[in-house]
Design a protein around this ligand. Sequence first.
Ligand code: WT7
Length: 651
Amino acid sequence: MADKHLDTILEESRRFSPPEQFTKDAHISSFAEYQKMYKKSIEDPQGFWDSVAKELHWYKKWDRVLDESGAPFYKWFVNGKTNITENCLDRHLNTATRNKAAIIWEGEPGEERVLTYWDLWYEVNKFAHALSRLGIKKGDRVAIYLPMIPELAVAMLACARVGAVHSVIFAGFSAESIRDRVLDSQARLVITADGGWRRGKVLPLKGIVDDGVKECDCVTDVIVIKRSPGEPFPCHFQEGRDHWYHDLMDVAFVPHQPEQVDSDDMLFLLYTSGTTGKPKGIIHTTGGYMVYTYHTTKHVFDLKAKDVYWCTADVGWVTGHSYIVYGPLANGATCVMYEGAPNTPDEGRFWKIVERYGVTVFYTAPTAIRAFMKWGDEWPKKYDLGSLRLLGTVGEPINPEAWMWYHEKIGNSRCPIVDTWWQTETGGILITPLPGATTTKPGSATFPYFGIDAAVLDGDSKETNAGLLAIRRPWPGMLHGIYGDPERYKATYWSKWDGMYFPGDGAKKDKDGYFWILGRVDDVVNVAGHRIGTAELESVFVEHKDVVESAVIGVAHDIKGQGLVAFVTLAGSVEGTPELQKELFQWVAKKIGKFALPEKIIFSADLPKTRSGKIMRRLLRDIAEGRALGNVTTLADASVVEELKNKYEEE
Ligand code: WT7
């Protein structure tokens, strides 16, 4: 993937300067202005972020902007007291924003709901009151497993209002994944729904939660939101533990005063895959995250009062946390939220939504763009996309071809595109064009955001043209550790170079200083913008009674960017039948979730290994991508790869 991508981008010579029409009203309206602000933010980061933070509401001002004494456990806005919901909700009630749509929601079957800022404030206050009546208090962990309905945002904000730590689990995860996450965070409460719509079917979310929490003694309560009016979708109800959301809301009061939390208090946990079998609970705290998502949302999406902003991500991933919920609401923006699939009932669904609500800013992922390309230009052509003024992409490197299609067919060659590079860990966007200022090159995330000291380094921390991406100093949106594992936090992110952050991506910097992100350099595969650790999947395979060993690799995939291929060695007498193959697919769906399914499972009597027993994944990738085999001299048994190559080609 990386090699192929590198070849294409090296040939990329197209340039797109911000359209005059756009620049005229943009918050940041020239490259010179960006450079001036950037310089200031790097020369005096504390001064820069101090003045940004002052735009927000604090109960008590911070003593210092940044405390580096416990590095890499940095502290931002030290001793500041705030509540993010005060900034996302209450702050807007004294202005015209009070009556403005905060969330315009559309369900997959077609229902529409609009919540104004007042409505959202009202719901969040009531639910916060309900949570405190259940005894949920500051610091408690609350797992949230919901479809994309407004109550997902309400639940997160209500947790934040009482100072509880939410841990949103994407509704595509399996019961066992819920169990692992609930146990790791010791969540007391799980918030779910009777069901949610996806591709014309109802996902039985409550049933999945019931299975997931069976072994979780820490869970004392489960709150169930009824997805639709009328009878609930069939689900089991456990007296004493389970509560209907609407029953709790009926007896809850407003206003419910926000808890005054410390900058450094945890806002949320979000689990993400790493290079080991165990997902990491990424910790985000309050102050720095709030300031950073507020500021990036405003400038990267150039938000204005009249914008209708739509980020198509699921709130179950960090994109939804930062750029559907916290960042846009802190800016008083109107957000579209859509529950279902992009091709239900047909492939025009997204464009119909853009037309219906007059979406002005649209933010999606390269994998979605490639799917739209495959479905054909006729779908966007059926709708009026004239309201759009800015497009964004995130999740993986975007190939220039998809970038151009997006630019021409969706943006009608007049909307800037912001290709935003960031991660669960970074909290917000770190490398990105500013739409009114930056001349873009298709496939490049362009330049670092304010205060971001990004560089491409070699192993000795020397700058190079092609190497590893590094962030050379802390930034406000940064993660604040891995839950329960401070050592892993230091080892994973802060020990490649002295005092610098290592995100795990390869990158290139061209002669004009543009950053080109090349993809992961560790054993993390980015499947349709979802991060999956190969080690995580391998450990799932070997947990199966018939499997003794497995190697999982990422391979290039036309739509998903990367797909997974699993090589599996079975126990002695077990035969690799099609039934067993099917069973193993189901096993992965059960252990992680369907989105983690490999493209192929290949049974192989042996795996190519070095003499010291290390699996040579590079050779497996060569086989899977149909390349000539690389150097095989270090193999313990060279015949293994030949056999495997033949087998793979047969399949
Ligand atoms: C990984 C982070 C950021 C929210 C969604 C994914 C890749 C992300 C880009 C981009 C090239 C990108 C990186 C990164 N990535 N955005 N614009 N260009 N690569 O969050 O699951 O934490 O994954 O996604 O490899 O490390 P995540």
